[in-house]
Design a protein around this ligand. Structure first.
Ligand code: ADP
Ligand code: MG
Length: 258
């Protein structure tokens, strides 16, 4: 059964100020969507709300995933349902290798019967290693990367590689990638774009959130949405991203008087 992420009339206030003001969006497995918008339009607020960041709460509207209301769920419960949000994972874990970290993450997300205290059965080492090797090969990541310590001395590009490797290992149904400032790092943009391309298939839906059209030239989303002042003002295809690349956000702002 194919899972859908359905956002209906979502409103989010941050510190008493309305930031997301009635947002509607449906993403199905197998679909690639891009959400674009100028700085401050509410892109990260949306991503934070979807991941269950404690400081971001929906004030109205609903978000369901596979028919389940996820707004009341903890981030790890959302992950178990098959939602991937890159930044829900720790940014630095001293002394933990990529491979160990990934094994813990995969075990936590796949275990269906966590045994009470939050610990979960670890996926067998052999099976894990085979899978990791296969995924690294698919993504063109060198095997030595698995032995690196998580985020220790990682370049912008390597952090992105780690994030995408996590995505590949967790095999989510829908992945939400908030490309905050990575657009400034061309290497990172290319890595995300090329890797997402290698993972795209009928089982994966992706929402790429970005300010920068350049990332999209690698991914070529089927659906492009423009967020302006907390609302999706336009939805279309690739041509919308091209328009932004050529003209920037000013014509859109003028059109909507924002
Ligand atoms: P984008 O990701 O599109 O640049 P954000 O969602 O980060 O936009 O921000 C949208 C608006 O919400 C901005 O005006 C920002 O100042 C405000 N905002 C977001 N998060 C917070 C926060 N934690 N505290 C105060 N204001 C916030
Ligand atoms: Mg942002």
């Amino acid at each position: 059964m194919s899972a859908e992420l359905v956002i209906k009339d979502l409103h989010v206030n941050v510190e008493g100020k309305p930031i997301i003001k009635g947002l509607n969006l449906t993403i199905k497995q197998g679909e690639i969507h891009a959400l674009m918008g100028p700085n401050g339009s509410g892109k990260s607020t949306l991503a934070n709300t979807l991941m269950g960041h404690p400081n971001y709460h929906a004030d109205a509207g609903e978000v369901t995933f596979g028919g389940v209301n996820i707004l009341e769920l903890e981030p790890n419960e959302r992950a178990k349902l098959g939602l991937f949000l890159a930044f829900q994972y720790p940014t630095t874990v001293p002394g933990v290798s990529m491979a160990n970290f990934l094994r813990m993450a995969v075990s936590a997300v796949r275990s269906h019967n966590s045994n009470g205290g939050g610990t979960s059965e670890m996926i067998p080492m052999r099976e894990f290693r085979r899978e990791l090797r296969e995924k690294m090969k698919r993504l063109g990541v060198d095997e030595s990367f698995a032995r690196r310590y998580l985020n220790e001395g990682f370049s912008g590009g390597e952090k992105k590689r780690a994030e995408i490797l996590q995505l590949a290992m967790l095999e989510p149904k829908i992945a939400i990638l908030d490309e905050t400032d990575s657009g400034l790092d061309i290497d990172a943009v290319r890595i995300v774009g090329e890797s997402v391309n290698r993972l795209i298939g009928p089982d994966l839906g992706v929402l790429v959130i970005t300010h920068y059209p350049r990332l999209l030239s690698y991914i070529r989303p089927q659906f492009v949405h423009i967020l302006l002042d907390g609302r999706i003002v336009e939805s279309g295809g690739w041509e919308l991203a091209e328009l932004l690349e050529a003209k920037g956000y000013d014509p859109i702002r003028e059109k909507y008087g924002i």
